[in-house]
Design a protein around this ligand. Sequence first.
Ligand code: FES
Length: 91
Amino acid sequence: TIEGLEASGELDAIQAAFVEFGAVQCGFCTPGVIMSAKALLNKYPQPTEEQINEGMAGVLCRCTGHIKVKEAIRNDFRIRQERLKRALGDV
Ligand code: FES
């Protein structure tokens, strides 16, 4: 579940990306959208546009164009890299 993504008091990178890009919609769809994105990113850490479209095809929210959601998904990898550098003391 969405509650299981947070680790050590820090949002998962995909959750942080959704916040950063304003991709959060309503309380009904957002958990499912984020979990779908997480499943996609587990399979493809740097997904192509086609993989994003295919991976998110099951999301039922039609209230938005999903532009911000896609932007958040594209930036998950960058956030992970920044966190890794920070953890290694590189930044
Ligand atoms: Fe949640 Fe559309 S914004 S269902």
